[in-house]
Design a binder for this molecule. Structure first.
Ligand code: MN
Length: 471
């Protein structure tokens, strides 16, 4: 059985019980699906939520499926502790996609073309209070480089503007934006296909910041451990994943713009609305019982899903300069931080590691904390403890003025004026060296109970509840 979103949902239900919850009451795609997820988030809970009845359509919605590092690690067959080095090493062996027959492509069970391909068929959620309206967030947008013919796939924010019109914003440095600019230079319509709902390994491959245009389908094969099955689209000259839940096909007319936004992104704020290109929808194909996959933008899911592929690339890059790199974490709560653990060999290692990470992700990362290999980078408390006990602020903090920008998605990329206008400005970065001195300089040992004792004791077996002296 080839892997897809359904095989993954089954795997989560079996291997991580309690992490997929269902809602059988009817919910409104406007604010209610994200409302449930948001209330759970405020309690520190991030289960996948499968809403089976959604007002206005017959399609169910799953949100938060990819909202935890534990589930993403499961998707690529590893543990959270090892997911970054594993992810960094895996895509070395690319596996090209396999073209399947249309009759074997579940995404072709229903084909809507022309006037039937209307967005109101789909339960697209509206996520946050000041969003302009419904946004497709769990998409992979597939397009073709007009020069090389390479297929590129990436995840972009897509606004439902009209029944057959979608606003799309691709940031300047994204390959999709490069391909769109080339189409515009050539005065050509740009074919696009938007796949919604697939195995998280495929989605992460599309989110990876791969060097060069294209290659995401091969990377998906490497992460899935099997070729990605693809099939020709109906109305555009592209290949689409056969086992997606839904595919929307369309064309971007050159030179035309429509107002896109506002929409809350991963920093949890609104800044980047404006005139953007749009897609004219030409077809919708889907499974007969399609499940709509939504990513909770501006929430933990947005950060987590975008971060694991980046952590893999950061690890790979840091390792070129600091071979002692042990782990990398972009914490679940904010994509502006990166914690890197190293086995320190020289006093230069912390800054070289931090500089490498900043070079990979200058737009997102603002604070890089480098710690020793005895610190668990996935535990904020340990990282803060290391800053408190190992960082000499007068030389351990390095401020890099105007490292990134101007502008972007983070509000610190702007100066705001009393008349409501804003000016893009550069963003600075901070390196925090929270490492002990390099060997052979000694440093006081860390307090802990002897390992031999920890290995021997079994508190679960030994402990009973104290029920009071009367009991
Ligand atoms: Mn690409």
């Amino acid at each position: 059985m080839p892997k897809d979103m359904r095989t993954f949902m089954d795997q989560v239900a079996k291997e991580r019980p309690g992490e997929i919850l269902m809602v059988d009451e009817e919910v409104d795609p406007k604010f209610e699906i994200t409302g449930i997820a948001s209330k759970l988030a405020s309690q520190g809970r991030f289960p996948a939520i499968f809403c089976r009845k959604v007002k206005g359509t017959r399609l169910p919605v799953v949100i938060n499926l990819t909202a935890s590092y534990e589930r993403l690690a499961l998707a690529v067959g590893t543990s959270t502790e090892n997911m970054v080095p594993d992810y960094a090493n895996r895509p070395a062996a690319k596996i090209p996609p396999k073209i399947s027959e249309k009759s074997n492509a579940p995404v072709k069970e229903i084909i809507l073309k022309g006037g039937d391909a209307k967005m109101s068929v789909l339960p697209v959620p509206t996520h946050n209070e000041f969003d302009a309206g419904p946004y497709i967030t769990g998409d992979t947008l597939i397009c073709k480089d007009p020069d090389s013919g390479a297929l590129n796939a990436g995840m972009y924010r897509i606004q439902v503007q009209k029944e057959q019109q979608l606003g799309v914003w691709m940031w300047d440095t994204h390959h999709g934006a490069h391909i769109r600019r080339r189409h515009e230079e050539l005065g050509k319509e740009m074919d696009v296909a938007i796949a919604i709902g697939h195995h998280p390994a495929y989605i992460m491959a599309c989110v990876s910041t791969l060097p060069g245009v294209g290659g995401e389908f091969d990377e998906a094969g490497a992460l899935l451990g099997e070729p990605l099955e693809v099939v020709p689209a109906e109305t555009v000259d592209l290949l689409v994943p056969s086992r997606a839940e839904i595919v929307i096909e369309g064309k971007i007319p050159p030179g035309e713009r429509a107002f896109e936004g506002p929409f809350a992104e991963w920093p949890g704020t609104y800044v980047a609305e404006g005139e953007k290109p749009f897609i004219k929808v030409t077809a919708i194909t889907m499974r007969k019982d399609a499940i709509y996959y939504d990513v909770f933008s501006s929430n933990r899911e947005h950060t987590v899903l975008g971060s694991l592929p980046r952590m893999g690339v950061i690890y790979r890059t840091v390792k070129q300069y600091v071979p002692g790199v042990r782990n990398v974490n972009i914490p679940v709560h904010s994509r502006m931080y990166c914690f890197i653990s190293i086995k320190k060999e020289s006093e230069m290692d912390p800054k070289r590691a931090a500089m490498a990470a900043l070079n990979v992700e200058p737009f997102n990362l603002k604070t890089i904390v480098v710690v020793d290999d005895d610190i668990n980078v996935f535990n904020d408390a340990e990282v803060l403890w290391a800053i408190g006990t190992r960082c000499h602020f007068e030389r351990g903090l390095t401020l890099i003025p105007s490292m990134a920008g101007p502008g972007g998605l983070n509000p610190v990329g702007y100066e705001f004026h009393p008349d409501g206008s804003k000016t893009p400005v550069m963003i600075s970065a901070l390196i925090v060296d929270a490492t002990k001195p390099a060997p052979p300089i000694p440093y006081p040992p860390t307090a802990k109970v002897p390992q031999e004792v920890l290995d021997r004791l079994d508190p679960v077996r030994m402990l009973k509840e104290f029920k009071g002296f009367e009991g």
